[in-house]
Design a binder for this molecule. Structure first.
Ligand code: PEP
Ligand code: MG
Length: 568
């Protein structure tokens, strides 16, 4: 008999296949004393860690894009001086290199897990480095992706970034993990590679090799030991999805011709070409954090200018929205966020941190103005985590002083949404960050698995705030975008447009699905769906009510699956 398991779905794909489990980790290295000198063990340990870092870098280069960035960050972990010192100290106390690496990484892992949230979700990255290095020292193969000789659904406790980044999508139909939250690297990479994935699945440890499962990311469910009828229905669903127009390109447009520009969220200029190939009409959110990560101090104006120039050159004649550095909370930077805070998400982050270090902001805006002057893109610059009208005035005035023309703010805090009419009187545009807006509206840490159920942008409280901003934008004739994950949910994207949002920005992998869904409805229908969602009492009810409303809709296909992007 089939039964259902539940986790957090990444994307909206569907897959049917047999389970192949990731092999168990290597056994713990023995802690009997070393037969070699401490010096010799130290050399073995250092060489093995360096080789692991090099190996991960090679994978980073072959993966490229977001996966490459994630792996580069993991390679830095393998070279972390504090960890190396810890390993050396353990070797000097008489341990073997294997045991010293194992213990040092386990200690650091505990520290990260204790910190919770984003840091805790990096624990898998550390485990992976430890396993690879110990395997290297023992001369055995590191546990890796299984190869059963046919396509399969990969089931694992969690996957290391190196493994997720290099998954062979011709054989891995879907990914199911028992650990990891929606912001773990596994989830980020799965989203980026459009892998059908459900993470944090309670009971996934019971799934066995060869068992037939149906993985539905849209609902976050796994049907285990699926019956023949269930498998047949899933195959019919897959067939129906494959015939849908999921690879549309061209301007984002509703059925009545209303244009809704579909833009890309990017983290590096190197990702621009892929975004253009996937149909991005421009960039709706360029996250500049990566330029500042792993640095002892902020990059120079010249270094930043080179990156911004490369980005703008890839989008000549198109809109590119760059966000000023958003440091703090889940993205701490040593040179900006030095004081310990009890509640960093409510602390000196985003524009607040920049204001406390104004030279860093001035340098960044100068680099952007210089890049805009030598390229033909339409550069818009926005501030992160703005919560007051006064902050809006500060940012737009400073940007204008430094030569920038189009200046806006991110609406990520309820206060900014509620006063959107006053904020948009000063700002040229607003871009709603639904990830943070949901976190702050529902008072639920966006990185904490235990409150993940609250972190749902379908919640009518969040939608009401989006509607406030949409209304203010329409009254003042100012554009209002959405660049949080909500924009990548095709059905929610339609609702957002109905609430007055004028452009949507998302991971390039999501563009085709959103474009296809928008094309099914007129603006008037989107407004009706928005009204239905606003009238609900919960995120679940809001979505269910819209699904019901659209099934009555004349333009919708007969089977309202609205969950494209299936693994086919
Ligand atoms: C787009 C957003 O910003 P980030 O995810 O980078 O905080 C958001 O908060 O929705
Ligand atoms: Mg944000």
């Amino acid at each position: 008999m089939s039964h259902r398991l539940q986790g957090s779905g990444i994307g909206r794909g569907l897959a049917v296949g047999v389970v192949a489990r990731m092999p168990e980790p290597l056994p713990e290295p023995s802690n009997s004393p070393s037969g070699l000198t401490p010096g010799a063990e130290a050399t073995r340990a250092t060489a093995a860690l360096a080789a692991t870092a090099t190996d991960i870098r090679v994978r980073a280069e072959s993966a490229g894009g977001t996966a490459g960035d994630v792996l580069q960050a993991q390679a830095y972990m393998a070279e972390d001086p504090t960890l190396l010192e810890d390993v050396e100290a353990r070797v000097l106390s008489g341990l073997t290199a294997e045991r010293a690496v194992f213990e040092a990484f386990a200690g650091f892992r505990e520290l990260l897990v204790g910190m919770g949230g984003y840091m805790a979700e990096r624990a898998t990255d550390l485990d992976d480095i430890s396993q690879r290095t110990v395997a290297l020292l023992q001369g055995v193969a590191a546990p890796g992706i299984p190869d059963p000789g046919h396509p399969f659904v990969l089931v694992a406790r969690d996957l290391a970034p190196a493994d997720t980044a290099l998954l062979d999508l011709t054989t891995v139909l879907a990914l199911v993990t028992s650990e990891g939250g929606p912001t773990s690297h596994t989830a980020i990479l799965a989203r980026d590679k459009a892998i059908v994935a459900v993470v944090g699945v309670a009971g996934a440890d019971e799934l066995r090799d060869g068992q037939v499962v149906i993985v539905d990311a849209a609902t976050g469910t796994i049907v285990a030991s699926a019956s023949e009828d269930e498998v047949a229905a899933a195959h019919a669903d897959l067939l129906e999805r494959s015939t849908r127009t999921s690879a549309l390109t061209g301007a984002g447009m509703m059925a009545d011709g209303t244009l809704v520009p579909l833009l890309a969220n990017l983290g590096s200029a190197a990702a621009a070409a892929d975004a253009v190939a996937k149909g991005a009409e421009g960039v709706g959110l360029f996250r500049t954090e990566f330029l500042f990560l792993d640095q002892a101090e902020a990059p120079t104006v010249e270094a930043q200018q080179a990156e911004y120039t490369a980005l703008l050159s890839a989008f000549a004649g198109r809109k590119v929205v760059v966000r000023a550095l958003d440091a703090g909370a889940d993205k701490p930077l040593s040179f900006l966020n030095d004081a310990a805070e009890e509640n960093p998400a409510l602390g000196l982050r985003g524009l607040r941190a920049l204001r406390a270090n104004e030279q860093i902001l001035r340098d960044q805006l100068t680099a952007l103005a210089n890049a805009a002057a030598v390229t033909d893109a339409d550069l818009w610059v926005m501030a992160p985590m703005v919560s007051t009208v006064e902050e809006t005035r500060y940012f737009t005035a400073l940007g204008r002083e430094l030569g920038l023309q189009t200046l806006g703010v991110m609406v990520e805090v309820p206060s900014a949404a509620l006063l959107a009419d006053r904020i948009l009187a000063d700002a040229d545009f607003a871009s709603i960050g639904t990830n943070d807006l949901t976190q702050y509206t529902l008072a639920a840490d966006r990185l904490l698995g235990s409150v993940a159920a609250f972190q749902d942008p379908w919640h009518p409280a969040v939608l009401r705030l989006v509607g406030e901003v949409g209304r203010a934008g329409a009254a003042l004739g100012k554009p209002v975008g959405v660049c949080g994950e909500a924009a990548a949910d095709p059905l929610l994207a339609v609702v957002l447009v109905g609430l007055g949002v004028t452009s949507l920005s998302m991971s390039p992998a999501a563009l085709a699905d959103v474009r296809g869904e928008l094309a099914l409805y007129s603006l008037e229908q989107a407004q009706q769906f928005a009204a239905v969602a606003l009238a609900a009492n919960s995120a679940f009810e809001a979505k269910a009510a819209v699904v019901e409303a659209l099934s009555d809709s004349p333009t919708h296909p007969e089977t309202p699956t609205h969950n494209e992007g299936a693994r086919q």
